[in-house]
Ligand binder design. Structure first.
Ligand code: ASP
Ligand code: MG
Length: 456
């Protein structure tokens, strides 16, 4: 059995779904379980609709809802068998009636609670998975839909629920695996339900995570993440073109890269797969012949020291300084307690005895954080920064990498430097305006020759 996950752009239209059907048809002997995202930008559109409703624009919300329905109908109708048209109409009716009831409820209470966010945003995957099921039948496959909410059990932290693995895996083994022996199973990513049956979601971009959980649950031999890029690259093509495809990368390297902005893969994705030692492949649904990037548990032998340069913009640096804290313990504790209280993840940290610099990429509670921290220290905030991160298993244990990095960066103002405990990466913060030259010059330095076993 394999898991094949297709993201929003891979199922955004009738043409795209037909392409997915062709890709899946060619792999029936591997007994695929297919996991899909919402079609195109549906999740964003659903959230915008609910927000409009909460702000009292109910008629605007209903107008947009009608547009969304028409989008799903007009694409789906092209890939549904004549005898399934009634089923399509019925499922559209059911889902959009439920949605308009939710919109009415939100408009009435003028509030969009996390529980309601999940109920609304889950609709994207609930719809897409049903439509893809019909599309697969149309393409001649024996296909069955499984509602992920019946098998993916989570806690109740709405909008970022965590799976309850044991229960989830038991249900996947009992229901999904036996079905997959005989039919192509199609499931929605991103969604699950709590133990009392309330709909939950795993957080934005969570379909990759679903694929990994499902793969681990059914004991898949491989998890394929189908995207619209040829795999993971040596640098971010949006920043610097001309990067090379990485053929094989270790889980540890991929996790570091995902964390620091490689949009290809959600960081948490790899965890359930790593635990069960299941390889994850990143593949391109528009270019299925390309062998993509294979993410494996063990270290990949490579003659290049760096595998990839990732970066992340929209970074805010918070600089915290307190002379009062000289030789005092508990300073870091007090600082992190504040970020914790305002539910703001900290990405990179550097410290000296009396000062701490850290980066965050979510500014929404920054004012409160700043106020709280100001009680114990002087606080300065710098916005519009970027993190650049050079990743490779060989970073650990190869002398002179720091020197090469800083030579490549001469002329660029480096604001923070860090090498994490994994020692797989060198990360630093620069002004976002210097991102392009910095990445270009690092890429020139580390990828002028390539190990042909690892890069394409
Ligand atoms: N549809 C969800 C989102 O847009 C989940 C996903 O695409 O992975 O966040
Ligand atoms: Mg996505």
């Amino acid at each position: 059995m394999i898991v094949m996950k297709f993201g929003g752009t891979s199922v955004e239209s009738a043409t795209a779904i037909a392409r997915v059907a062709t890709i899946v048809s060619a792999r029936l002997d591997r007994r695929p379980v297919v996991v899909v995202s919402a079609m195109g930008k549906t999740t964003n559109r659903l959230l915008a609709i609910a927000k409009a409703a909460a702000e009292g624009q109910q008629s605007e919300a209903l107008r947009q809802l009608e547009e969304l329905r028409e989008y799903h109908r007009s694409e789906a109708v092209q890939i549904v068998r004549e005898e399934d048209k009634a089923e399509l109409d019925q499922l559209l009716d059911e889902h959009f009636t439920e949605l308009s009831q939710m919109v009415a409820e939100i408009a009435q209470v003028e509030e969009f609670s996390p529980r309601m966010v999940d109920a609304v945003s889950s609709m994207g995957e609930r719809l897409s998975s049903r439509i893809v099921t019909l599309g697969f039948r149309h393409a001649g496959m024996d296909t069955v839909h499984v509602d992920s909410r019946a098998v993916l059990v989570t806690d109740t932290r709405h909008t970022h629920a965590a799976p309850i693995f044991q229960r989830t895996y038991a249900r996947m083994r009992e229901t999904v695996a036996p079905l997959a022996e005989k039919q192509v199973v199609v499931m929605g990513g991103f969604i699950g339900s709590s133990q009392d049956g309330t709909t939950t979601t795993l957080g934005r971009g969570g379909s990759d995570y679903s694929a990994s959980i499902i793969g681990a649950g059914i004991g898949a031999e491989e998890i394929q993440i189908w995207t619209d890029v040829d795999g993971m690259l040596t640098c971010d093509p949006r920043i610097v073109p001309g990067g090379y495809r990485i053929k094989t990368i270790s889980f540890a390297e991929a996790a570091e890269l995902a964390y620091f902005g490689a949009k290809v893969l959600h960081p948490a994705t790899v965890l359930p797969a790593v635990e069960k030692n299941i390889p994850v492949l990143v593949l391109n649904s528009r270019n299925p012949e390309v062998s993509g990037t294979r993410i494996v548990k063990e270290t990949v032998h490579c003659r290049n020291v760096i595998k990839s340069i990732a970066c992340k913009t929209g970074i805010t640096v918070v600089k915290i300084q307190s002379l009062r804290m000289l030789m005092a313990h508990g300073f870091l504790h007090r600082i992190f307690e504040v970020f914790d209280r305002f539910q703001t993840p900290v990405d990179m940290v550097t410290t000296s005895e009396v000062s701490v610099s850290l980066t965050i990429d979510n500014d929404s509670n920054l004012d409160d954080i700043k106020d709280e921290l100001s009680r114990i220290a002087e606080v300065e905030v710098e916005t519009n920064r970027a993190i650049v991160c050079a990743v490779g298993d060989n970073v650990r244990g190869t002398p002179g990498i720091g020197a090469r990095i800083f030579r490549a960066l001469s002329g660029i103002n480096v604001l923070m430097i860090s090498q994490g405990a994994s020692q797989l990466n060198f990360s630093f913060v620069i002004d976002a305006t210097e991102l392009r030259p910095a990445v270009q010059s690092l890429h020139d330095e580390f990828f002028s020759t390539l190990d042909p076993e690892v890069f394409a």
